[in-house]
Structures are given as structure tokens and as C-alpha cells.
Design a protein around this ligand. Structure first.
Ligand SMILES: [Zn+2]
Length: 412
């Protein structure tokens, strides 16, 4: 009897210790590396707002039109219930010689990730297109594909659609069922207003770990992130039809891409992977010519081919839609992902998903107080648009190096 008593006390102490470790570790987690020296010249490519980023992009496009012939500068508006000044801006620089190859560089498909994406586009236009000569390669720059999210610190659109789950190759796939998401619905879609300090939110790591132990991390990650088409109020909702900007961008792509034999299609993102590092990844590739092409362009670099332990595949990816649209050409899809939260660690990945859940809950139901609202926005920025000068420099250093490689192996 006495032993049983001691055993229960020990068990209780162990449980309390685990819960305390999870709650405190989760709360205190930070991926920031403070030892890195920022580079002001690079950080200058970052804009403070969507409007500023837009202005600078258009200005750079006009300056490129003085150097290259036939440059097309265009824009289309994205309809909104609240804002009539949301635009996707386009700059197309046709190949100056033979129409052989095209580079597509897209930013802000996940709105708030557009700060980094826009900076990368400016860097590319400034340090590569303006300083060097592009002879036989056309360039299509698409700026802020989700301007609402860019302007209002959201990843999804005003209609709560994740554009990178919305680009279905076959539109019948908008009825795809994600049973895993349904299973996790209550965890991923809490009811009521956001109350950051609520017991449920404080205990989020404990509740989530319980689900991880029950189902396994790969199952959970896949269920939450692959995209879902049945719950418009939930995260990673892919919609039931193309969002207006996907319809518009498809028309531009139809007109521009078809004349090229080979296309390198780079989509710029933040939030996945190691803090301050740029990662190359793709959805699993089934075509050996495309795989060989990517290996040639990114020779010597680590590409995540979608087979790692912390990887997940997604439905409705924008780059995959473009590959499917131009079956006759060799289209090389690639995500440039700038890591922020060390998402391969347990705390990093829990913080990422919790941030997404609360932002979505706040957008849908509102926040209990201004403090809760500020907290949600602050965490969104930490996850997708870090203000750390060191992070901004590190990511652009990596992008600069990668474009050097792209220039040598694809453009020149
Ligand atoms: Zn993204």
C-alpha cells in the first residue's frame, strides 16, 4: 500500500514535470540567432508596408524597361469587400535574343510572406538584371499574388483561401477529402474569440503532444498542412474554385510562357525550415527530365525532394499548376523557402501551427482584447516576416548566392 502511494506521487511529479517542461519550453521558444552581423545594404531591399513594396517594384520595373527592349509592365486588381487598392503587379522582360528559356519569380502567394519575397525580387532585379545582361532568357516577375494577405498580415486571402492549395491542376480535385483534417478539426479550428492566455492555449503543447503520441507526427503534419476543401473557416482551406488572382495570372501565363522551351519557375516563401537559411524544396517529382534539369541548375545544393522525415506534400500548389499548364515545355518548379522558426524541431513546429490556428481564429471570430490581437500579429510576423535585421540579411545573403548559381547554370 505504501509503495503504491509512493509510486502515485512519483508518477504525479513526472507528469507535472513533463507538462511544465512543455508549457515553459513552448512559451520561451525562440529560434533567433543574435550573433549574426546584419548587412544594411541588403536589408534595404526590405519594405515596411505592402504599398511601399509595390511602389518600389514598379519603379524598378520602369528602370529595367530603359535597359531591355519590349518590357511589359502590367497590373491587375484583386477584388475585395474592404479595400479597392489591392494589386498584383507584373513585369515581363522578354528574351532579348532567341526565345529559349524563361525564369518566373513569384512573391507573396502567401500574403505576409511577400515582405521577404518582394525583397528577393528587388535584389534580383537590382543586382542581377540591372548589373548583368540577360540575352536569351526572358524573366517574368509576379509581385504580391495575395496583396490582401501582404497588406493585412495574413497568409490566406480575404476569402480565407490558401492560394498555394488553390491551384488545382484538375478543378474536380476541389472536392478532395482530407479525413485527417476532419479528425483534428477541434484542435485546428477552435471556437470563440482568441484569448491567448486561456488555459487551452497555455496547454496547447500538451494537447498537441497527446495527438502526436496518438497519431504520429507525420500523420498530423500531413493532415494539417496538405490542404483541405471542406471547411472554409479552417486553416489551409483551398477553396472550391480558383481565386480571382489565379484566374488572372493563368491568363498572363498562357500568353507569356507558351513561347519558351524551358522554364525555371521559382516561388518565394518563408516559414519552413531552419531560421535564417534558404531551403530548396519541391513537391515529389515524377519526371526524370525535370529532376535532371533541377539537379543541373542547383548543382551542389541540397534539394528537399519531398522524402525527408519532416516533409509533407501539398495539393493545389501554384508551381505544379504551371507545370501542368505547359506540358510541352520542360518546367522546373522550385520553392525558395526562408526558414524562421526551426520548424523541424518539436517546439518550432508547434509554435508554427499554433500561430496559424490563432490567426485564423482571430480573422474569423475576432480577438478578446487589443492585446490578444497584437499578440497574434506579432507571432505572425515572427513566423513569416521576422523583423530581425540578422534574419533579413542572412536570407538575402543566401538568395544572392543562389541567384549566382541560377545565373551560371540557367541564365548565362
Ligand atoms: Zn508560403
Amino acid at each position: 500500500m505504501r509503495y503504491l502511494k509512493i509510486l502515485s506521487v512519483v508518477l504525479l511529479v513526472v507528469i507535472v514535470a513533463i507538462v511544465a517542461y512543455l508549457v515553459i519550453g513552448f512559451k520561451m521558444f525562440s529560434a533567433v540567432d543574435k550573433s549574426i552581423e546584419p548587412d544594411c545594404a541588403l536589408n534595404n531591399y526590405y519594405s515596411k508596408t505592402y504599398n511601399e513594396a509595390r511602389e518600389r517594384f514598379v519603379e524598378k520595373a520602369f528602370s529595367l524597361s530603359e535597359k531591355y527592349s519590349g518590357v511589359e509592365i502590367d497590373k491587375f486588381s484583386v477584388p475585395s469587400k474592404t479595400d479597392s487598392l489591392l494589386f498584383v503587379d507584373i513585369c515581363y522582360i522578354p528574351a532579348q535574343g532567341v526565345n529559349a528559356k524563361l525564369l518566373i519569380l513569384t512573391s507573396g502567394i502567401h500574403g505576409v510572406e511577400g515582405f521577404a519575397g518582394s525583397a528577393v525580387q528587388l535584389l534580383f532585379a537590382d543586382r542581377f538584371m540591372a548589373e548583368r545582361m540577360f540575352d536569351s532568357v526572358g524573366v517574368l516577375l509576379i509581385h504580391a499574388l495575395n496583396p490582401y494577405g501582404f497588406k493585412y498580415c495574413r497568409k490566406a486571402t480575404e476569402n480565407n483561401v490558401d492560394l498555394n492549395r488553390n491551384c488545382m491542376v484538375n478543378t474536380e480535385l476541389f472536392n478532395t477529402k482530407n479525413n485527417g483534417f476532419e479528425m483534428l478539426y477541434n484542435l485546428l479550428t477552435p471556437a470563440g474569440k482568441v484569448d491567448v492566455m486561456s488555459l487551452k492555449n497555455q496547454l496547447f503543447p500538451v494537447i498537441a503532444i497527446k495527438s502526436i503520441v496518438t497519431h504520429g507526427m507525420p500523420v498530423l503534419r500531413q493532415a494539417a498542412l496538405q490542404g483541405q476543401y471542406y471547411f472554409p473557416e479552417g486553416i489551409y482551406y483551398g477553396g472550391k474554385k480558383y481565386e480571382p488572382q489565379i484566374d488572372s495570372v493563368r491568363q498572363i501565363l498562357e500568353r507569356v510562357v507558351g513561347i519558351y522551351d524551358t522554364v525555371l519557375n521559382i516561388d518565394l516563401h518563408t516559414g519552413y525550415g531552419e531560421w535564417g537559411r534558404m531551403h530548396l524544396f519541391v513537391n515529389p517529382i515524377g519526371d526524370s527530365v525535370v529532376e535532371a534539369g533541377l539537379k543541373r541548375v542547383f548543382a551542389g545544393e541540397t534539394i528537399d525532394w519531398g522524402s525527408g522525415t519532416d516533409f509533407y506534400t501539398i495539393n493545389g500548389a501554384y508551381v505544379d499548376m504551371i507545370s501542368a499548364m505547359f506540358g510541352g515545355a520542360v518546367v522546373l518548379p522550385m520553392f525558395f523557402e526562408f526558414g524562421t522558426m526551426n520548424s523541424s524541431t518539436t517546439f518550432g513546429s508547434l509554435r508554427s501551427i499554433h500561430t496559424m490556428i490563432l490567426e485564423n481564429q482571430g480573422f474569423k471570430n475576432g480577438c478578446k482584447s487589443e492585446k490578444d490581437k497584437a499578440n497574434v500579429e506579432c507571432n505572425m510576423n515572427k513566423l513569416y516576416n521576422p523583423e530581425s535585421a540578422a534574419w533579413q540579411s542572412e536570407t538575402l545573403r543566401d538568395a544572392d548566392k543562389m541567384f549566382d548559381k541560377v545565373f551560371d547554370n540557367f541564365i548565362r
